[in-house]
Design a protein around this ligand. Structure first.
Ligand code: KIV
Length: 291
């Protein structure tokens, strides 16, 4: 028997999601790399979050977050790997494509995964072009300082905006001896040298991960391009977090630099338990859900 309060065939609403066009519009003026630099010049902060899919990209866009990073952290936050090392270009491309399609305002930056750029500037260019052409990313991010300056120069002189990533670089976890703060004591010079090398090679911004706050503030003051900290204190020009950490989808021990803004794990757990109980108790679907 049909329910009179629901539309009859054809459906008036898309049954399983309607794609990016049918969702609330974020302000449309696109964030560009020069806007980030202008924010720094005005002493204003910028925000960046990871995003790996359409709905989170739309929500974060609506919230006004300036930059989305389709991080290789998708490896351990989406794809179930233990670290970022195994994830491939082919695995990240569809995620970057979904985020780019769904985003109207934020600058979308795609991470180049481990092994996809270190071998040569040509390799880096080939990989970066895939992210821009096949996924629609606006820029790429790669890890390393001095040693990847030729790669950054190749990209930036050939139309690929580059965000650099220095300090603790997760792809080099094994070379660095684990998750450790970088730039303590004499090693502070190395962080500044890497930052300058990235700026000189044409990077438009630099992520600094797990660097002492005073060192990060000094580097930030020395550079014309914005710095974006993760575990690098308040002296950076912007901040980035992995969204599953910040909004509590992931549980367990968090790094000291994570601030938790929500407990999405608890919200989803309650909802999933309620669904499970309804189905097993026979209270879902009701007549209002039935054609
Ligand atoms: O992949 C990632 O999420 C990152 C952030 C930690 C900056 O590189």
């Amino acid at each position: 028997m049909s329910n009179p309060s629901t539309p009859s065939s054809p459906e008036e609403t898309a049954p399983y999601g309607a794609g990016p066009a049918a969702t609330p519009a974020a302000p449309r003026k696109r964030v560009r790399t020069h806007h980030l630099r202008e924010l720094k010049e005005r002493g204003e902060k910028l925000s960046m979050l990871t995003a790996y899919d359409m709905y989170t990209a739309q929500v974060f866009d609506e919230a006004g977050v300036d930059v989305f990073l389709v991080g290789d952290s998708a490896a351990n936050n989406v794809l179930g790997y233990e670290s970022t090392i195994p994830v491939t270009v082919d695995e990240l491309l569809p995620l970057a494509r979904a985020v780019a399609r769904a985003t109207r305002r934020a600058l979308v930056v795609a991470d180049l995964p481990f092994g996809s750029y270190q071998a040569s500037p040509e390799q880096a260019f080939h990989t970066a072009v895939r992210f821009m052409k096949e996924a629609g990313a606006h820029a790429v991010k790669l890890e390393g300082g001095d040693e990847v300056a030729p790669q950054v120069e190749k990209l930036t002189t050939n139309g690929v905006p580059v965000m650099a990533h220095i300090g603790f670089t997760p792809q080099s976890e094994h070379a660095l001896g684990g998750y450790r703060v970088q730039g303590r004591g004499d090693a502070a010079d190395r962080v500044l040298r890497d930052a300058r090398a990235m700026q000189d090679a044409g990077a438009f911004a630099i992520v600094m991960e797990m660097v002492p706050g005073d060192v990060a503030a000094h580097v930030t003051a020395e550079l014309a391009i914005p710095t974006i900290g993760i575990g690098a204190g308040p002296g950076c020009d912007g901040q980035v977090l992995v969204w599953q950490d910040a909004f509590g989808l992931r549980t367990g021990k968090m790094a000291r630099f994570v601030k938790q803004y929500a407990d999405l794990h608890a919200v989803l757990l309650d909802a999933a338990r309620a669904f499970d109980a309804d189905v097993k108790g026979g209270t879902f679907p009701g007549s209002e859900h039935t054609f």
